[in-house]
Design a protein. Sequence first.
Length: 278
Amino acid sequence: MSFKKLAACLTAAVMMLATLAVTFAQEMDGVNPDFIRGVIQVTGEGVGKSAYKNNPGKYRLTASKAARMDAHAKLVEYIKVQVETNASMTDYELDVYQVRTSAQGVIRNAREIGSPQYFDDGTCKVIMEMPLFGGKGSVAEVAFLPFKDEPKVSFPQPSMTVSQPSGNNYTGLIVDCRGKNLNPVMSPVIKNSNGQAIYGHQNLNYDKIIVSGMASYASDINDQISRSRAGNNPLVVKAESLSDINANPVVSVADADKILSANQHDKFLENCAVVFIN
């Protein structure tokens, strides 16, 4: 196989994993990541042991236990897909056993929402929730393991330095993606229209990523989410398009230069002070 064909195959494999990460929750019943609230909710279903059919108390007990186990299994699978996707972008040698063990460790932080629901057909449903970010005990703690020991990569230099008015310090970045059907993801990338990545996990500190995430998703430039993340004087740019199954905003080269030039002075990208308006 030629190098060109091999590179194409590897690129296709990475994109396939990225697609899986974005669409996984949509395709798997009962998995609902909420990037605005910063949590993931899963619905687990189970039935009681047939041996207890004539003992309603024990039957319900075993049904709720089965539903919780189903919810935990869905959380582990979601985390596993995130790790596999991130690992595909690095030289990280994925240890499936370690990933599953780590995932099983963090899902202990999942909490049950409300009471179990019992149905006439004998099934039980439970809803469990855990944070996507927030440091130890979050999905991100395991999802970003492939990057933990990777050296940070410097942000690229702007192709043309853009000066900003004296005293105009930017507190963050807002990328307006409205009308483009942006898919929220745990590890987004901002690219310029030439395909160059100007913001990604490789530029950031692992501990900062797992605590606050790489970006917030909001519905309005002036809402509380935007202000709390990007501050009172954010640099606002519009996305020209989206790439990688609508997960990553693409900005013009001129806007990318403006972002990188401003960040050299104000360091808002290092602080993950980034908001995507969807």
